[in-house]
Design a protein around this ligand. Sequence first.
Ligand code: FAD
Length: 521
Amino acid sequence: MTVWLLGDQLHPDAAPLQSDDHVLMIEAHGFAERMPYHPQKLTLVFSAMRHARDALRADGYDVTYLEAESFGEGLDRYFEANPGDSLVLQRPASHDAGARLKELVEARGGDCTLVANDGFLTTPDDWDEWVASRGGSSAGDGGGTYRQEHWYRHVRRETEILMDDDGDPVGGEWNYDDENRETPPDDWSPPPVPEFDPDEITREVHEFVVDRYGGHWGNAELDGFAWPVTREEALHALAQFVEVRLPEFGPYQDAMVEGEWALDHSLLSPAINLGLLHPREAVEVVVDAYRDSGGSDGADGADGAVPLNSVEGFVRQVIGWREFVRHVYRESMPEMSEANQLDQTEPLPEAYWTGDTDMVCLSEAVSHVRDRGYAHHIERLMVLANFALVYGTDPHELNRWFHLGFVDAFHWVTTPNVVAMGSFATDVLSSKPYASSANYVNEMSDYCSGCPYSHTKTTGEGACPFNALYWDFLKRNEETLRGTGRMGLMYSHVDGKDDEEWDAIRKRADAIRELGANGTL
Ligand code: FAD
């Protein structure tokens, strides 16, 4: 028996590694050409795989590591040398990949047993039990939408994470979201982010990536490379986050500041998604920091304590959102990969490739992705996805852009976030779209004050593109959105506009789409 480890299954404590010391890893170079993935993503993945290989060997595992054009070609070579071998593979998180890989193995005379994927805190059975407990397939709310907040509370109860001895949430509340919407003062300096000096392996991989995938979109420089490639680096990144950025993580979770790409975000998604860190470890370290710093059950913490709103905010992202999108994806594929309930078909605005736009918010967010393969959650949701949504962009074109542009992108996590949460192409994950005008960006950032576009104007020259597009979006999609129940207030504003206003809004929205298409937004 041999454990076949994929590039996003690198945790040394994964269950299959406990019962077998033969390991197969395949670095499939052609696979990395299915899209022009960001060079930092490719460097990260291949370097992390090679470091995991060396760490396993140092721990006594017998690792066969193949550099191949494809999984098929790698398996050809493997089974030539090891005819009839039996492989054990953690079921890949992305839809259907397990069945496809199993077929490849069986076509070469081998055997492949799919076992549970160890990279998550909850299992498909946990999800099914929760769904059943809420009375059926739609979480018991009568519609087709799963509710993250219900799931989150369920997981807190089941795992006893951040719960007190009486079974109540620590601090008395489940959710401190309303304390997580501050913006930093003008004289605020951002805390440092960890940087990892590329070692010989990373440099070698990087050279190969630049050479082979030279035409891919995104900055290929290694200067300022912020992504852990080993387990030790990932643990260091977690410790650095807890020490330096966690206290402000909660309050500034939704903030955006010009020139700042990281703020107080953990930057841990690449490490967690590759398996260098288990989500449980990340949550435990954060909760321990809260308790160790004097934050006691039921209190908001003594002086110097890590604030509960930061700790709860982080826990919610990981055990609420991350686990939630994984299961919603499992349940909703393959339909989700084709969904487009709003029939949006516009091509992605040129600025998503060039970053060249007068809109400060969009230019900042795109440049963060191009430079580092990363933008934080609010930039992803309320700038990059929100703008594409109100502009009318095809959700699958947007999904492809997110996929190739981000270091932490994998089909199972990118697709539900982009197609469902960001584009509202299906209502399986939220019952209304995350659509907003310039108001949101103005409230949560300092972008608008220095932007040539006016966030207070809706129509006419110089009006912020978000505004006309937003109203046009609501009007265009009235039939689907008015009835969702949670859009009542928005549609009362729609109803308050007269024909003349609508005419001006439509003209401005059309003009913006033209600017978007010819790259002069
Ligand atoms: P933090 O803000 O520090 O959050 C802590 C952790 O919570 C993250 O590391 C991540 O593991 C988890 N998390 C939080 N929200 C989510 C979520 N909605 N889904 C999954 N995990 C979550 N996340 C990815 O890992 N890969 C993607 O390709 C991806 N694409 C996204 C696209 C869009 C349009 C949106 C709105 C969100 C996307 N996310 C994606 C989710 C989230 O934005 C990122 O996980 C987060 O920004 C990563 O940065 P961080 O580690 O600094 O996160």
